[in-house]
Design a protein around this ligand. Structure first.
Ligand SMILES: Cc1cc2nc3c(=O)[nH]c(=O)nc-3n(C[C@H](O)[C@H](O)[C@H](O)COP(=O)(O)OP(=O)(O)OC[C@H]3O[C@@H](n4cnc5c(N)ncnc54)[C@H](O)[C@@H]3O)c2cc1C
Length: 527
């Protein structure tokens, strides 16, 4: 019954638009997925009464579609990390339970858009941690909140783990920790898997295993037609590579099959430093990142944090040394940081889950947030200039209520960027020819919408000065980490012309009518 309803919808769409549908849009569905309680005539009648895509989904999925002022809808909005995303109000929120639900919904929305052009746009949401509005939510459209796709299943031979896209990393790690295993993923407990992995992903394990996306052995993806396919080294390898950095441009990922490895508790935590020894610290960072003997167990996030009231800065270093069984305390590779006078320390041996929960404390939900990013050659001088630019550009907005302003420097040495080449490749456009790099993330937090423009302007000014300085010092790099990029940046262009061409070719092949370009407007699109 359901299949005939959908084929009828497809036929209606073709009649209304006069356009040929993507031939895969008539993919047969197994009606056992959704025992049908309605008839073709009823659906056609709804269509003639100007059925919306939300009501069409309600007909098919019942209580899995929720509307404003209902518990599920309100909880979905309230769980976005930033207020900007929470403020976006979709017409309805669809919460699928299975990949088949996702498949059927995408099919209905694809067909619906042809009946009601512009009225069936949708957003894809996993953990909801992108700061800017509309990345994983949509005004006057359907937000597909994948929150129920959050299983974690370890293979019998313990070498792989299947992860549902809406997992928060805490859920993944707590289950793996209990089995003496781990996988590459986010460093903050509350962040989601879906966005982090498809955007690249930086992990504590990156010096050992590369970007998080390099560790995906197979994606399970719902294409625009509703077809469910695998993308891996042997099946749809061009899609496999495209999804390693290509974000939401090709389909909805319903499962990530990730490499798993043995992992026990390890040493790490935060240390606090003062800016009195800033230049020494930045030189230590350059030496750390540029060492020809980079220690693959060493992970560092070096953050300069402003106190807007006093105008003073402090330093917090997240230091993690992932060697385990046994853990190694105070490894020499961090000595240039750990030997400096410390204002506080949480260094200890504990689980990965514990480490990511610690990082989540400093990133609470419920504020206006901005991320913006740049990538530069490894240079203490450049990092000093960025700090100075951050300090000067913030002065004009120091009175913004609730302002927090921090700069994080993260090593991206060739030991990380070289891993893709031996793992099937990715779309990021980074390799050893880029040399050792530094990823810079600006995080700004504030209270009021009225200050959005001022904060964004200050951030733009900062990165404009950083770009000019990089040019002078000869340390420019076009790469912008998509998951840290502001909406006014263009990270996909930074992947380079060849990668952009490959991404466009994959889009044309797997989504010939451009559903994920036009009907899913949020996030970073192929241009
Ligand atoms: C507090 C905090 C800590 C962070 N820590 C790290 C870190 O340690 N390492 C790191 O690399 N990054 C980190 N990030 C950045 C993070 O990778 C991005 O914010 C990422 O988008 C989060 O994924 P999500 O699933 O929560 O995002 P969402 O906002 O749900 O999605 C992000 C984008 O991906 C798309 N998308 C989501 N799920 C799917 C899917 N299943 N199929 C297709 N497209 C999908 C969405 O449409 C959206 O455009 C952090 C961010 C925050 C806010």
């Amino acid at each position: 019954m359901l299949r005939s309803v959908l084929v009828s919808l497809a036929a209606t769409a073709a009649t209304v638009t006069g356009l040929a549908l993507d031939p895969r849009a008539t993919t047969p569905y197994d009606s056992a997925w959704h025992p049908s309680t309605y008839t073709v005539a009823q659906v056609q009648s709804l269509l003639s009464q100007k059925l919306t895509c939300c009501t069409a989904l309600s007909v098919v999925f019942g209580s899995k579609v929720s509307y404003p002022n209902s518990t599920i809808y309100d909880a979905s909005l309230a769980s976005y990390w930033s207020i900007q995303e929470e403020e976006v109000t979709p017409t309805c929120v669809f919460t699928p339970s299975t990949k088949e639900d996702v498949s059927l919904a995408v099919f209905v929305l694809n067909v619906g858009a042809k009946v009601f052009p512009g009225k069936c746009n949708f957003a894809i949401r996993s953990g909801g941690h992108t700061p800017f509005a509309g990345a994983a939510n949509i005004e006057e459209g359907i937000t597909i909140d994948l929150k129920n796709l959050n299983s974690v299943i370890v293979s019998a031979d313990r070498t792989t783990v299947n992860i549902g896209p809406a997992n928060r990393w805490q859920n993944v790690y707590s289950q793996l920790d209990a089995q003496g295993l781990s996988t590459s993923g986010g460093r903050v407990a509350t962040v989601g898997a879906g966005g982090l992995i498809t955007g690249g992903g930086i992990s504590f394990f990156s010096p050992r295993y590369g970007f998080v996306c390099d560790n995906v052995l197979s994606f399970e993806v719902v294409l625009a037609s509703g077809q469910i396919v695998s993308a891996n080294a042997t099946s749809n390898p061009d899609l496999w590579r495209a999804l390693r950095g290509g974000s939401n441009n090709f389909g909805i990922v319903t499962n990530f099959k990730m490499r798993a490895f043995a992992q026990g508790e390890f040493w790490g935590g935060y240390i606090g430093l003062t800016v009195d020894s800033l230049q020494t610290q930045l030189q230590a960072f350059e030496d750390f990142t540029g060492s020809p003997n980079y220690d693959p167990y060493a992970s560092l996030i070096y953050s300069l944090v402003l106190d807007p009231a006093s105008g003073t800065w402090s330093v917090a270093c997240s230091i993690e040394y992932t060697k385990s069984n046994p853990a190694v305390l105070n490894p020499p590779y961090f000595q240039n940081f750990t030997s400096l006078p410390q204002t506080f320390s949480t260094l200890r041996v504990s689980s990965l889950t514990d480490k990511t929960v610690e990082l989540a404390y400093s990133n609470p939900i419920g504020f206006r947030q901005l991320f913006a990013t740049g990538t530069y050659g490894n240079s203490a001088k450049q990092m000093l200039t960025i700090y100075q630019a951050g300090n000067s550009t913030v002065q004009s907005i120091r009175n913004v209520p609730g302002l927090q302003w921090s700069l994080s420097y993260q090593p991206e040495p060739t030991i990380i960027t070289s891993k893709a080449a031996t793992n099937g490749g990715n779309s990021l456009g980074l390799d050893i020819s880029d040399g050792n790099l530094v990823n810079v993330l600006l995080t700004a937090t504030w209270n009021n919408t009225a200050d959005d423009a001022r904060v964004n302007a200050a951030a733009k000014a900062l990165f404009s000065q950083a770009g000019a300085s990089a040019k002078k010092l000869g340390v420019t790099n076009p790469y912008l980490y998509l998951n840290y990029a502001a909406p006014w940046q263009d990270p996909i262009a930074g992947y380079g012309a060849a990668n952009v061409a490959a991404l466009k070719a994959a889009s044309a092949k797997y989504d010939p009518s451009g559903v994920f370009q036009k009907q899913v407007p949020g996030g970073f699109k192929l241009k």
